[in-house]
Design a protein around this ligand. Sequence first.
Ligand SMILES: [Zn+2]
Length: 535
Amino acid sequence: MIHGLVVTAPEALYRCGHLSERFVKGISPICLSELTNGQVSRLTRGMFGRKLIQLIRTESHDNAMLLKKPGKEFPQKYPAIKKIQENHHTMEIEIITVGGYDEVGRNMTAVRCGKEIVIFDMGLRLDQLMIHEDAEVDEMHSLDLIKIKAIPDDTVLQKVEGTVKAIVCSHGHLDHIGAIPKLAHRYNAPIIATPYATELIRQQIAGEKKFDAKNKLFALPAGQRYTLSSNLVLEFVRTQHSIIDTVTPVLHTPHGAIVYACDFKFDRSPVIGQPPDFARFRQLGREGVLALIVESTYIHRPGRCPSERIARDLVRGVITSFEDDKNAIVVSTFSSHIARVKTIAECAHEIGRKPIFLGRSMEKYSVTAEQMKLVSFPETASVYGNRRTVDRMMRRMMKEGKEQFLPIVTGHQGEPGSILTRLAQGDTPYQLAKGDKVLFSANIIPNPMNIGNRYVIEQQLKMAGARIFDDLHVSGHAYREDHYEFLQMLQPRHIIPAHADMKMTAGYADFASELGYTLDNDVHLMRNGQRLKIT
Ligand SMILES: [Zn+2]
């Protein structure tokens, strides 16, 4: 329920004695001064207790007053207030949880505001495809992919009345953008993402063989806004994650902000980029957050997620200890984790080895980031994408001496066909020998297939005589106390836990209930394909 407040100027607001100090602090004078008389502000909102307050500006200074207190009716004499009420009655807000609510992967959520719909993410579920990072899904049909639960079942949106205004992606991970080439062409709407994610999406669409998505691509940098319609404004708030250029998209509606926080971590000392924009999150909380759609992946982990700087120390500690070692050092990590790849390359350089990036996905993410000037690798680094050049470089490393190089490869999950798997099986020109080192700068993504594959690959590496260094890694996802801090900042009216199966989303609901939220009232457990109206 929205409660009205009429103001003429920021100073007048500060003179309103009956407003709580917390509320007055939450009002941005800049937002107010941007308003013309009678205009209803979408962005200038505050919390009065736990009630949302909408600000408008009137002609007369004398009208500065709180028009409605809880339990009382709106006075009808101000046209602008009537407008708020009309909007309030006609503009329904609905959240449609399309995918990523029964599993980790294939994320997709739609928000309907009146007759306008905004889609957040269109992701792929990799383990469902049983593919590795270099796999081809380019030729598969979307309905076949929906059937095997690899992409979101967006047919639920056919029953939702309204026009899709935008497809918004928070970052470039495949579980957020991977289904775009298969689904986006069904919607006559632009795709809006951060610059790095936009470039990855462009490459995804270009590689697609079955469909031809012609949606306009729009790169929106962190900290900027995009006006979708007279009622909807999209804002990208800077955050951190295990891929560069990640944001928390915020959809400003006449009923308050809807915050889509999938995925994020609160890294205050990141290796690349700036820490999350905590000041803006706090401000959003003061303006009024109607709903928070939030990842619940690691809600069960106590404390805070360690900074990427800790992972850098772990990796550096091990690699620099091999300074005088003549054996091979091979490191496997996530190809999309540019900050980690940079750390590994710099450590190789530090001990006098040339960093060699091997594999198509390594090439895709690193070269794209470097070309966009989002990262710089040591001058001695080089990259080999396709199998022919990879094999040629491997022969060269064997010939010139393994101690001069440090290959960085994919395959830490033991994916069949990946470079590390081939290497472990002795199926590459680069042969492992007794005393060679293999470092895993990644966790095992916990599903039975990965656990099994990883076990096999480790046994094979050990049989080849390799020494194994595991878990040189920190997560890219928020832990329990990060989530606590986030809720303190945003004070959302509704919470929709996402990005996980029911075990984890229920864990989030349990956590939220400790903070005063009530299941089905203001924290909502959703499954794929469900719809939820909120007020
Ligand atoms: Zn992610």
